[in-house]
Every structure is written in C-alpha cells, then in structure tokens.
Design a protein around this ligand. Structure first.
Ligand code: PNS
Length: 162
C-alpha cells in the first residue's frame, strides 16, 4: 500500500495539476493532494478556498483526498504515513525540483517521483494564468470551468474592490 502526497500551491488548480494528480492516482494506492502556502507568492485564493476547489474537481477519483498543510512537507508526509512525494515537472523547473527532492530525501528519506508534465500543459502555470486573467485574457483552456469562473471573479474583485 503506497501513499503519495501531491503538494503544491494550486493557486489556482490548473489542468496541468489535474493531469499530474490523475497520473499519480494511477501509480499509487492513495494520493493526498496537499495545499501549501508558498510564502514567496502573493496568493489569489486562501488555502481553504484552494482545498474547496480541488475537492470539487478531484471528486471523481475515489483514492484522492485533499487537505492543506503548513510547515515542512516532509513532516506532513511523516504524519500522514506517505512514502512518496509525487510532483509534475516542467522542463524549466528541473534544477529547482531536483534540489527540493534531494533536500526532502536528505531530511527524512522520503523520495520524490517527478512526472514530466503532459506536453499540452507544459507551458501552463498558475502564475501565468493569474497574469493572463488579470490582463483580461481568456483562461478557459487552462482551468476547469468552476475554477476559471472563480478566478475571473476574484481578479475582478481585486481590480475593483468595493
Ligand atoms: O506549486 P508550488 O508553489 O511549486 O508548491 C510549492 C510547495 C508548496 C510544494 C513547496 O513550497 C513546499 O514544499 N513547501 C513546504 C515547505 C517546505 O517543506 N520547504 C522545503 C522544501 S525542500
């Protein structure tokens, strides 16, 4: 029984993330999608909102659960009894992702499986989607419909608070 953690900021969750979660669910017995807050990033959604969106769009996968975590990812993995971290890998992120995987393994021995991003999503990131949406571009190709709608609404609220 192998339990994997799919960590990320998911701000917001994209089709690229869902591709990695679905492939992780095919590889491992159970998958915990773990919403972390990357302190270097200016978040659009709260962690609780991201958990809610992910729970909705992952509902079809019975072995996948969604939760949020804080602190070190390796500590969360240990608490949850997860042996593997499963993440998507875009070609531009190789050095950083490998360094994080090595650091996490050094810390507690937890190993990381890096799944090359599906080619159709290789250019998609939450931060680019936020930028496109903020400048009025069409984001429907990159996000599940309810997430795209909430993203547009949140950006609109940010642009014209009242
Ligand atoms: O989607 P992101 O922004 O690439 O996700 C980053 C995340 C949340 C997975 C990463 O920042 C993380 O693991 N944060 C937890 C803190 C931690 O363990 N830091 C040491 C990493 S080696």
């Amino acid at each position: 029984m192998v339990r994997a953690v799919c960590p990320g900021s998911f701000d917001p969750v994209t089709y690229g993330h869902l591709d990695v979660i679905e492939r992780s669910a095919a590889l491992f017995d159970t998958v915990i999608v773990a919403v972390g807050s990357n302190i270097a990033k200016n978040a659009l959604f709260t962690p609780a909102e991201r958990v809610e969106m992910l729970t909705e769009v992952c509902a079809a996968w019975s072995t996948v659960t969604v939760t949020q975590f804080s602190g070190l990812l390796v500590d969360f993995c240990r608490t949850e009894g997860a042996e593997v971290i499963s993440k998507g890998l875009r070609s531009g992120d190789v050095e950083f992702e490998v360094a994080m995987a090595q650091m996490n393994r050094q810390l507690t021995g937890v190993d990381t499986v890096l799944l090359p991003t599906g080619v159709q999503w290789s250019f998609v990131s939450s931060s680019l989607v936020r930028e496109v949406a903020g400048l009025g571009g069409d984001i429907d190709a990159f996000l599940p419909p309810p997430v795209a709608e909430l993203t547009r609404r949140r950006i609109q609220e940010r642009l014209s608070p009242s």
